[in-house]
Design a protein around this ligand. Structure first.
Ligand code: PMP
Length: 453
């Protein structure tokens, strides 16, 4: 039998795999960690080292790895029906999941279209919005408004409405041209200005773009409250309230991409609740299955649905499809995840966890290389800078965040900074003691990464 240790698996891996979001040459010096098993917040490699998964494996895991309740639900489903196409056929887990989500999401979202990953859910929303306007005689509406620093996925359509240069710039010649509006990102607020004041002030740019472009615009797309891939930049719910009102006035759809922030990350089940708004399209994935399986969906209103509902010969149907759309195993995992929310007081308990997260890093507030510690619910970010008072960033080429990553791995934590932003976005089952341990490791990492010029 092949030997099963980190080094052997790394060698085998590097001969055949091409990893996501990775310059593969980095692995000449950076260890690749093969994971043997997971349990709760822990990941264990083939040499027996354990790591706290502080970033929920790219923000997907909610209730721990190998959660017994979700495991059981998937196992039971596996013995019943593993998959069936969703065109012309249906299955009970998809129906029940859609029914339950309609109860839980903001009012007015009465139709559920399944897909199988986050980017696809966004593609569905973009295509549906465009197609709605076309079906209703407004085919001049072909464009989208997006915020600077936003991220909605990495397919060509979603890159086009995103704005993180690292992922987008190379492919620019292939992309449709979106209309970019300055983000309400509160890191950029003036000294003494509140989050609400800054976010409200920044709305003037959106209003202006809508006044100028509404006639040719299908929808505005936003990540409600936190621009996660854009270095965990955050803004105030007032912006969403103003945006909802403006989209109504200008006859433009609002797409809320809650793929990263949904399912309790921001302190409420959905971020839109904090602004008491309903979008025209709500995109969900990641935490939807508790972090188990690739599943996504786009919720929309009955009136948008009705604009596609007609005799076949009219050719108004929405023909988008993915093979694994609404996979029953994913739906079973999602239903088990919703059961945990229903029975375990998750949102309330998270308030205590979020407070513990804030307290654990409070000592870094005045650190000479920390420009800001910001938090929205269960997402906490530490902005590491070269010089605190002027907020001068470290040149990206220095890859200071990577030093924190390496240190954390040695000390038993998976912290994967976004550039120079170190963040915690842990599974909700993390304990206060584990949070303190993470904070200690992050603090050491920051000291190490900032100790040289
Ligand atoms: N939208 C947002 C806000 C995301 O954070 C992500 C993933 N990081 C996506 C879309 C894309 O999801 P996926 O990676 O499943 O395609």
């Amino acid at each position: 039998m092949n030997q099963m240790d980190n080094s052997t698996l790394m060698q085998r891996d590097l001969k055949v795999l091409w990893h996501p979001c990775t310059q593969m040459k980095d692995h000449e010096t950076l260890p690749l960690i093969p994971i043997r098993r997971g349990e709760g917040v822990w990941l264990e490699d083939f040499d027996g080292n354990r790591y706290i998964d502080a970033i929920s494996s790219w923000w997907v895991n909610l209730f721990g790895h190998a959660n017994p309740r979700i495991n059981n639900a998937v196992k039971t489903q596996l013995d019943t029906l593993e998959h069936v196409l969703l065109a012309g056929f249906s299955h009970e887990p998809a129906i029940r999941l859609a029914e339950q989500l309609m109860q839980l999401t903001p009012p007015g979202l009465d139709r559920c279209f399944f897909a199988d990953n986050g980017s696809s859910a966004v593609e569905v929303a973009l295509k549906m919005s465009f197609h709605y306007w076309r079906n209703t005689g407004r085919s001049e509406k072909t464009r989208f408004i997006t915020l600077t620093n936003s991220y909605h996925g990495e397919t060509l359509g979603t890159l086009a409405v995103g704005d993180v240069a690292l992922y987008k710039e190379t492919y620019e010649p292939l992309l449709m041209k979106a209309i970019g509006v300055p983000s309400p990102d509160c890191f950029e607020r003036e000294p003494g200005e509140s989050w609400a004041e800054h976010s409200e002030k920044m709305f003037a740019h959106m209003e202006q773009a809508l006044v100028q472009h509404a006639g040719e615009v299908c929808a505005v797309i936003v990540e409600p409250l936190v621009q996660c891939a854009g270095n965990m930049r955050m803004y105030h719910p007032v912006y969403l309230q103003l945006l909802r009102d403006a989209c109504n006035r200008h006859n433009v759809h609002l797409i809320a991409d809650e793929i990263a922030v949904g399912f309790g990350r921001t302190g409420t089940l959905f971020a839109c609740e904090q602004a008491a708004i309903s979008p025209d399209f709500l995109c969900l994935s990641k935490g939807l299955t508790g972090g188990y399986l690739p599943l996504s969906l786009t919720l929309t209103s009955e009136s948008i649905y009705q604009a596609f509902y007609d005799d076949y010969e009219k050719l108004t149907a929405f023909l988008h499809s993915h093979s694994y759309t609404g996979n029953p195993l994913g739906c079973a995992a999602a239903l088990a995840t919703l059961d945990i929310f229903a029975s375990d007081n998750v949102i309330e308990n998270n308030q205590k966890t979020a407070k513990a997260m804030a307290e654990s890093v409070a000592h870094l507030t005045d650190h000479p290389h920390v420009a800001e510690i910001r938090q929205t619910g269960m997402i906490l970010a530490i902005e590491m800078v070269k010089e605190r008072s002027s907020r001068t960033p470290y040149p990206w080429q220095e890859r200071r965040g990577l030093r924190v990553y390496r240190h954390a791995l040695q000390r038993g934590a998976l912290l994967r900074p976004l550039g120079n932003v170190i963040y915690f976005m842990p599974p909700y089952v993390i304990t206060e003691e584990q949070i303190r341990q993470l904070a200690k490791i992050a603090t050491e990492g920051i000291e190490l990464a900032t100790s040289t010029d």
